[in-house]
Design a protein around this ligand. Structure first.
Ligand SMILES: *Cc1c(COP(=O)(O)O)cnc(C)c1O
Length: 227
């Protein structure tokens, strides 16, 4: 098992480097978030021992348990899942990033709960293709939320996170990611601290990097199938 997570991480870093080279996005590093939801702590430890530092979780309680168990100061934990407002306190106290912010109430609660600490890194989850079963906001709402986050003293607006409709064809993946990248560029023009375009998962990260993603979120391609 040890060699398999290590070799998957190495392979992914090689693939990232190849994609960057091919698409000349050299100015941007591509940050790899290992999505460890429903994966056992042993596998996360293995990834850590092999140099992985960013981990993503979808469920607050599961994430908080893992954060306590691992207890490493050089780890960065990313909340990726749907946010219930009553969980905002736990999120603000334990996570370093929240990528799934999609409403004002959550912004206010996170801001309040983060008081007295370094600002929480926030991405707005966007949903530009009208998928009702998924969270996320349209472009207009994205700009409204961005202004709220900008005015929240304990939050730092870092960018957007997207989970576009699943496509198997590369060109369809690319075209969706390019639409999202266009919105990201508009946001980054308005807010100079915005530096994170989080898109691309195990099945589509190459197209995401080609479109300009600088943070990919990979679960199964690192850890194997989830429990
Ligand atoms: C589960 C999940 C991922 C990782 O998906 P894989 O297909 O396992 O790579 C990435 N982002 C979000 C928001 C997720 O919920």
């Amino acid at each position: 098992m040890t060699t398999s997570i290590a070799s998957q991480l190495e392979l992914l870093q090689q693939e990232i480097a190849k994609s960057r080279e091919k698409h000349l996005n050299f100015k941007d590093n591509v940050r790899l978030v290992a999505v460890s939801k429903r994966q056992p702590i042993e596998k996360i430890e293995e990834a850590y021992l092999n140099g992985q530092r960013d981990f993503g979780e979808n469920f607050v309680q599961e994430g908080v348990e893992k954060i306590h168990k691992l207890d490493k100061s050089d780890l960065q934990w990313h909340m990726l899942g749907a946010i219930q407002s009553r969980k905002c306190k736990d999120i603000a106290e334990h996570f370093d990033w929240v990528q799934s912010v999609d409403r004002v109430k959550v912004i206010n609660k996170l801001n309040q709960a983060r008081q007295g600490r370094s600002p929480l890194n926030v991405c707005i989850q966007v949903n530009l293709f009208g998928e009702e079963q998924k969270a996320g906001v349209d472009a207009d709402t994205c700009f409204e939320l961005a202004e709220q986050i900008e005015n929240a003293e304990n939050l730092t607006l870092r960018g957007i996170m997207a989970l576009p409709p699943k496509q198997t064809e590369y060109n369809k993946q690319l075209s969706q990611f390019e639409t999202i990248a266009e919105l990201y560029r508009q946001l980054a023009t308005r807010y100079p601290q915005v530096d994170t375009l989080s898109m691309g998962m195990s099945g589509d990260y190459e197209a995401a990097i080609a479109a300009g993603s600088n943070m990919i979120r990979i679960g199964t391609a690192i850890f194997g199938q989830r429990d």
